[in-house]
Design a protein around this ligand. Structure first.
Ligand SMILES: CC(C)(COP(=O)(O)OP(=O)(O)OC[C@H]1O[C@@H](n2cnc3c(N)ncnc32)[C@H](O)[C@@H]1O)[C@@H](O)C(=O)NCCC(=O)NCCS
Ligand SMILES: Nc1ncnc2c1ncn2[C@@H]1O[C@H](COP(=O)(O)OP(=O)(O)OP(=O)(O)O)[C@@H](O)[C@H]1O
Length: 214
């Protein structure tokens, strides 16, 4: 599924411990990364970077306009996310074009942040860790947050007010749960409430810290 050779540009591994966090849409990546941030992880979130690259006058906007036309850019100069979502999750060819614009810029930003160092360990949130090449090599360990597809769908409908069809369109463009679980060093099952999730994350953090301090 590695369709973007630019993603294979090598990222320089820092001296600090690096944890990769991935999971399908709505699985709970942000919930996990927010808690690990509170506990002291230095979080680099590739979704957040992608958002900042597509804000008004974001670095990616000129290329997005050239590739997808004026309809892809709002009047304020930000990417039109509704338009692009409708386009790319129905048309893998278009998704690849958008990824070819954004992914090299995302990697450059990740490298800049890695170069700034971290007091404890890095947590890099990469939704497409198993779909795209070049991330595995950077990670000392990989954490997958997982729940059944029905739960992903319910959570995203509630959070984003999307239809079931919209959520499934994204899921169909992502790796399967089994592919992610096979590649994981730790799986956080996020099937219960937030309290249970926090307990699991706190336990995981203590394990990570022990390895990061060796
Ligand atoms: C398609 C876009 C415009 C939709 O925007 P929207 O605001 O609806 O979603 P948002 O950016 O918040 O992403 C939400 C989730 O969608 C999934 N997702 C995003 N991009 C992709 C993709 N290229 N392939 C599969 N799933 C994706 C991820 O689970 C992500 O966490 C946007 O996701 C985008 O610009 N995607 C390309 C950048 C990318 O690949 N990001 C992932 C970082 S590795
Ligand atoms: N254990 C849980 N109990 C209740 N709600 C949860 C739980 N875990 C996550 N949620 C909620 O589900 C939604 C999806 O979680 P979150 O945003 O963390 O997922 P994500 O993997 O980051 O999603 P995306 O791929 O879209 O960025 C959020 O509204 C979050 O508050």
């Amino acid at each position: 599924m590695d369709l973007n050779p630019a993603m294979r540009q090598t990222l320089r591994k820092p001296v600090q411990w690096v944890v990769g966090l991935t999971g399908g849409i709505g699985s709970g990546k942000t919930a996990v990364s927010n808690r690990l941030h509170e506990l002291g992880a230095t979080v680099i979130d590739t979704d957040e970077i992608a958002h900042s690259l597509t804000q008004p006058d974001g670095l990616a906007i000129p290329s997005i306009r050239t590739a997808f036309g004026d309809a892809a850019v709002n009047a304020d100069g930000s990417m039109n996310r509704n338009y692009m979502r409708g386009l790319v999750f129905k048309n893998p060819d278009q998704r690849v074009i958008l990824e070819k614009i954004l992914h090299p810029l995302i990697r450059e930003s990740v490298q800049n942040r890695l170069d700034q160092g971290a007091p404890n360990y890095f947590l890099i949130v990469v939704p497409l860790l198993f779909e795209k090449g070049g991330w595995n090599e950077l990670m000392d360990e990989i954490v997958v947050v997982d729940c059944p597809i029905e739960q992903q769908v319910r959570r995203v409908i509630q959070r984003n007010n999307w239809t079931e069809e919209q959520v499934l369109a994204v899921i169909n463009n992502q790796a399967s749960r089994s592919v992610r679980i096979e590649g994981a060093d730790h799986v956080i099952e996020n099937t219960q409430g937030i309290t249970e999730l926090i307990e699991k994350i706190d336990f995981l953090h203590r394990k990570i810290i022990k390895k990061a301090q060796k």
